[in-house]
Write a protein that binds this ligand. Structure first.
Ligand code: CIR
Length: 254
């Protein structure tokens, strides 16, 4: 999985007032910035060019840029985020995408879609239906992807927040899976790296060029990924986890 570019956005002070379902406490803003800076350094180590956007106080969750778009090598799809407080994040992202893409599609209301519900595995996309992505949004994205020659499968989520909360594609037919995806028929054809219940947060990891980046403190998952033949980088993610955010959510990779 090779990427040349990533887009990231510094979290604003309003981040602490963002959406969350976890009871892990209020994020520490200074520590958050340290963790975000380390995330950017890790991406640079992977050899990508980083487009670093300034914080936006109007949108507390806007550091989770992944939810605003689905990017391929050939075109971009601007999402239609399912949470009201996040929906207009796309207005800040679209001009940035225009710098890189001539061809831009949009998910239209009443369809909603969060990028966190979209997983690309080579030429096959998986689209999760969640509390954020509805059937109409998933259907629209599937239609766009198929019109561009990709395969697309819609997956109904049972427990996970976003699709990518519980699954990651590492390339070479290898899929990191947790919880409801461990025995899911849609992912049967992949070689699976199984994440145990206590390590579930680490299922949200990302392959960027020669490395797999995963959250720090999940030694069992790290070992399994290394045994599968990948080099790893671990990152402290505690302040993002407090707002239900994972590693993948913090960047758009293309
Ligand atoms: C939210 O609830 O939207 C944010 N607090 C977390 C979004 C995480 N994004 C992702 O999983 N793709």
């Amino acid at each position: 999985i090779t990427f040349k570019h990533v887009i990231v956005k510094t979290p604003g002070k309003s981040y602490v007032n963002g959406l969350t379902t976890s009871d892990l406490g209020t994020p520490d803003y200074d520590q958050l910035l340290v963790q975000h800076a380390a995330y950017i350094e890790a991406l640079k180590q992977c050899g990508v060019e980083v487009t670093h956007l300034a914080a936006s106080e109007d949108y507390p969750d806007s550091t989770f840029v992944e939810d605003t778009a689905v990017l391929t090598k050939e075109f971009a799809v601007v999402s239609n985020p399912g949470a009201a407080s996040r929906n207009q994040e796309i207005v800040e992202m679209e001009p940035v995408l225009k710098e890189f893409y001539d061809k831009i599609y949009h998910i239209q209301s009443p369809g909603t879609l969060d990028g966190g519900d979209v997983l690309q595995a080579d030429d096959h996309f998986y689209i999760g239906i969640s509390t954020r992505t509805n059937e109409e949004g998933a259907r629209q994205l599937k239609e766009i992807l198929e019109s561009e020659g990709y395969k697309a499968t819609i997956v109904q989520l049972k427990e996970f927040f976003h699709l990518k909360t519980g699954i990651a594609y590492l390339g070479n037919n290898k899929m990191v899976v947790a919880g409801e995806f461990i025995d899911h028929p849609d992912f049967e054809q992949y070689v699976k790296i199984i994440v145990s219940k206590t390590n579930e947060y680490s299922a949200n990891c990302i392959r960027v060029n020669d490395y797999v980046i995963l959250p720090k403190g999940y030694d069992e998952t790290k070992q399994k990924i290394e045994d599968a033949g990948f080099k790893t980088i671990e990152l402290e993610m505690t302040e993002f986890q407090k707002q239900d955010g994972g590693l993948s959510c913090l960047s758009l990779r293309f």
